[in-house]
Design a protein around this ligand. Structure first.
Ligand code: ADP
Ligand code: MG
Length: 590
């Protein structure tokens, strides 16, 4: 038994020992776990640090790469900038030079002003009240100036409207007549010697301002007493100035946006060139009183332009000659600058206006320049009569001044004309047209429009208008010295002379037909029957203003020719027997 107890005690002791061991092991495990956790913590710390270090290294590398790239880019940009800076520097130097110039000028001006103020200030000192009242007066004056400007503008527009109404009332086609004085050659070669004094008898007389009387009582023939009436009749005593006074209003119409034509009609020796060009010395100031319509028109045109805003108008001149139904450009030159009188064509553009492609135009800035151009052409014609033909009176000379206007008023007109064109294209707006135009319009609407513009001016019966672009308006002044209208018989004439005579006869009768067609308001106006009428189409039909200056010889010797010229004028004059119809009220300035 006691052995049994002992064994129990031993076991208990062993258990106790084992428990003790176990506890100490557990404590050791706990210690180790703690240590382990600490180590984990340190490891994590180390790893974090390592990662951060890596990142730093990477970042540094990236940064270095970026730096390299930026450096390269910057170098190129810098090179570019350098060039630009150099250019800018040069510009700046230039600007600076200008600035220095201005500054010096300004400096001088301000010194001058200061000096003036200095000399004026004693008078003004202590006189503040007076200064204020002066300032008030200046303000009031400025204000009234503004009002006056406004009124002036309105009045100008009203004037334009009234002027056109007046010109239209007088008729878009006017016929004036000029009877020249009796001249030595009226007697004819050797006729005086033969005692045929009757050839010098004055049978054509200007009886008053608007009538010409042709009276003739040749023995053996029935007496003639025929009166012709025209818008204005000039007698032998009338000066170039007096003749031009009646022409002048047309130049105002030109600047108001209308094409204008002034032509001299009559037999050779009746005074056409004298009326249109005048004295040979027309480029010299002392020749001014003897200047004809062309130089005087140029002077008046540039005078009117000088009243408009600066740079608002440009003028170009072209000189053409129609000979044997061919158009010659008298300003064209060969490669050595020698005038050659090149043959040109006349075409009708898509807007219905006539045009001479490749025609030489010379820009002119004054009437003197216009006259220089024309006198060069005249000298050339005189020097080399074979250049185009043998005798200047066997061709039609046409001087064209083309005015391009950019002034606000012209712009307004251009806009109005354009809107009027648009109005015309609307079918409901056709009523105001004349029957001939309505007929033309209906035939046009039956066929599809061939032109993108589909303008009503395609038909030859419609009014050719000044050509208009968005920003400018172009008008033509055509000044024509026609070939002699004498009734040259064909009998006995052969070869080139026969052809020449027949061309003159045909072109003048084509002109008469055109004016006749306009007079009778026929649906078709045969502009294209001759180069002359085709070339003048824009300035003789429609709203253009035409002035025919009939030149007649007063004496018995040229009675037949004078009667023929007066008959031509009477036919042309029928154009406005009834007061000129207003073609398009939408065009009128309100
Ligand atoms: P056209 O050109 O019609 O053939 P011109 O103009 O050459 O005729 O005139 C012939 C001549 O008559 C010229 O010597 C011109 O100076 C002269 N003459 C013409 N009209 C007048 C006039 N109204 N006053 C003075 N001389 C004139
Ligand atoms: Mg002549």
């Amino acid at each position: 038994m006691p052995l049994f107890i002992k064994r129990d005690q031993i076991y208990a002791h062993q258990i106790h020992l084992l428990e003790h061991k176990l506890r100490s092991k557990e404590e050791r495990i706990l210690e180790l776990e703690t240590e382990n956790a600490l180590l984990h913590l340190r490891l994590a710390e180390c790893l974090g640090k390592l990662r951060r270090d890596n990142e730093d290294v990477l970042q540094a590398q990236k940064h270095r790469l970026h730096q390299n790239h930026v450096q390269k880019y910057t170098q190129t940009a810098l090179a570019k900038l350098l060039t630009e800076v150099q250019v800018l520097k040069q510009d700046l130097r230039d600007v600076f030079a200008v600035y220095v110039g201005f500054a010096t000028e300004l400096d001088e001006q301000s010194r001058e002003i200061l000096e003036r103020v200095g000399s004026a200030s004693p008078a003004l000192q202590g006189n503040d009240g007076e200064l204020q009242s002066l300032q008030a007066q200046v303000d009031a004056l400025k204000h009234s100036l503004q009002e006056e400007n406004e009124r002036c503008r309105t009045e100008r527009l009203r004037r334009k409207l009234l002027h056109n109404t007046l010109v239209e009332l007088r008729g878009n086609i006017r016929v004036h007549c000029r009877v020249r004085p009796v001249l030595p050659f009226d007697a004819g070669l050797g006729q005086l010697a033969l005692g045929s004094g009757s050839t010098l008898e004055e049978v054509v007389q200007a009886v008053n301002d608007d009538s010409v009387l042709v009276s003739c009582s040749k023995p053996g023939t029935s007496a003639m007493n025929k009166m012709f009436e025209f818008e204005r009749v000039h007698g032998p005593e009338d000066s170039q100035e007096a003749v031009f006074e009646e022409v002048k209003p047309l130049l105002t119409s030109l600047l108001d946006g209308y094409n204008v034509c002034i032509m001299a009609y009559g037999q050779t020796g009746s005074g056409k060139t004298h009326t249109m060009i005048g004295t040979e010395d027309f480029t010299r100031p002392e020749g001014a009183p003897l200047q004809g319509v062309i130089p005087k028109s140029a002077t008046e045109l540039f005078r009117l332009i000088s009243e408009k805003p600066a740079e608002s108008h440009t003028v170009e001149v072209s000189v053409t000659e129609v000979y044997n139904n061919e158009v010659f450009d008298l300003l064209s030159k060969d490669c050595e600058g020698v005038a050659i009188g090149t043959k040109r064509d006349v075409i009708t553009t898509s807007t219905g206006t006539s045009e001479v492609p490749a025609l030489t135009h010379e820009l002119v800035r004054s009437s003197v320049e216009v006259m220089q151009v024309i006198s060069a052409v005249l000298r050339l014609r005189a020097r080399s009569p074979t250049l185009v033909h043998r005798d200047s009176s066997r061709s039609h000379l046409i001087v064209t001044l083309t005015v391009t206007s950019k002034s606000p008023n012209a712009l307004a007109l251009a806009r109005r004309l354009q809107s009027a064109r648009q109005e015309l294209q609307r079918p409901s707006q056709k009523e105001w047209w004349s029957p001939r135009c309505r007929r033309a319009a209906s035939s046009r609407s039956a066929s599809p429009a061939s032109s993108p513009y589909h303008s009503p001016y395609h038909s030859p019966c419609l009014s050719p208008r000044p050509s208009i672009t968005q920003a400018q308006i172009r008008t033509k002044l055509q000044l024509v010295d026609l070939a002699g209208s004498e009734c040259v018989g064909m009998s006995g004439v052969t070869g080139a002379a026969l052809w020449e005579t027949s061309c003159i006869n045909r072109s003048l009768s084509a002109l008469s037909d055109v004016l006749g067609a306009l007079a009778e308001q026929r649906p078709h106006v045969p502009y294209r029957n001759s180069k002359l009428t085709h070339l003048l189409q824009d300035s003789i039909g429609g709203e253009a203003k035409l002035l025919v200056m009939l030149c007649v010889s007063p004496t018995q010797r040229f009675l037949a020719e004078s009667l023929q010229s007066l008959g031509f004028g009477a036919r042309a004059r029928q154009v406005h027997r009834e007061p000129a119809r207003r073609k398009n009220t939408t065009l009128k300035m309100k």
